[in-house]
Design a protein around this ligand. Structure first.
Ligand code: A2P
Length: 284
């Protein structure tokens, strides 16, 4: 009975999930995912390149919650783009997670032969091995390219998005194309300027909540599907405790006005970053 968002293919996804990027310590990751599932999270977002799919798989197995009650996302790494490679990479991801299907599988970056990879995802989707397929870090231009060469539209575009970097143009493009926006690093990766922002502190005090909770609430009320990461049990609980209050339209607009249009992380349009990713040797 937690809020859900319905994707363009009719599949429901929990509106709030648990992100595991930057959990390199496998035992810590496993414990955090178990804690999250015990707390009530039903959606887990991992990726091949996070190198922790085995820990996520172990946590799912040991969580005591049935697999079909969980929504599991993973992502295809750029080194595995192209039709054949993508097939093998998907199977490896399933094996590491000890699963026989994924709820959502995403192309991690719009680099290299992502169109060939998308063909594989379309096939796996038609075969029922993935319940929904989508993308990450796609710009409008890349989404247009994908649209021109595919038969299945992505259900989700996962992008860097938080109050200081809101990507409004892309948000609008996504929703006009019935693609759900899924922010990564919704808390700005714990950015101190954001979590200590006076405006947000005022709103938080008014609701007797923390700044992190206000930010997550803002994402949910924007209609986003949000995946905060934490390895700290009290924060894992705190971040899930956001369903008992509501921001007013004025407060929503106040948060919207904090946009500086400056990213914290990688720019998908940065050619140097693209080359670095394509040339890196990821031993997944
Ligand atoms: P930690 O994992 O040590 O608890 P994002 O999901 O935006 O990338 O943010 C993740 C970062 O924010 C992590 O460093 C995490 O720290 C921190 N974080 C997560 N939840 C909270 C919270 N409720 N309050 C403060 N910091 C948080």
């Amino acid at each position: 009975n937690q809020p859900i968002v319905t994707l363009n293919n009719g599949v429901d996804i929990p509106a709030l999930g648990f992100g595991v990027w930057q959990m390199e310590d496998l035992k810590e990751c496993e414990n955090a995912v178990i804690k999250a599932i015990q707390t009530g999270y039903r959606m887990i977002d991992t990726a091949a390149i996070y190198m922790n799919e085995t820990a996520v798989g172990a946590a799912i197995k040991n969580s005591g919650v049935d697999r079909d009650e969980l929504f599991i996302t993973s992502k295809l790494w750029v080194q595995d783009h192209g039709y054949e490679k993508a097939k093998l990479a998907f199977q490896k991801t399933l094996d590491r997670l000890q699963l026989d299907y994924l709820d959502l599988y995403l192309i991690h970056w719009p680099f290299g032969d992502f169109l060939g990879a998308w063909k594989t995802l379309e096939e796996l989707y038609q075969e029922g091995k993935i319940k929904g397929i989508g993308v990450c870090n796609f710009t409008i231009e890349k989404l247009e390219e994908l649209k021109a060469h595919s038969t299945v539209m992505p259900v989700i575009n996962q992008i860097e998005l938080h109050p200081i970097f809101q990507q409004k143009e892309l948000q609008i493009y996504n929703s006009e194309n019935k693609i759900v926006t899924q922010p990564w690093s919704p808390l700005g990766n714990g950015n101190a300027d954001l979590l200590n922002n006076e405006t947000l502190k005022n709103i938080a005090e008014r609701h007797d909540k923390t700044v992190a909770q206000v930010i997550l609430r803002w994402h949910l009320q924007e209609g986003f599907v949000v995946i905060p990461k934490s390895v700290t049990p009290s924060r894992i609980e705190q971040n899930f405790n956001v369903f008992d209050f509501e921001l007013s339209e004025d407060e929503m607009n106040t948060v919207r006005s904090l946009d500086t249009n400056k990213r914290i992380f990688f720019d998908p349009q940065d050619a140097e970053w693209e080359q670095k990713m394509l040339n890196s040797v990821a031993d997944i």
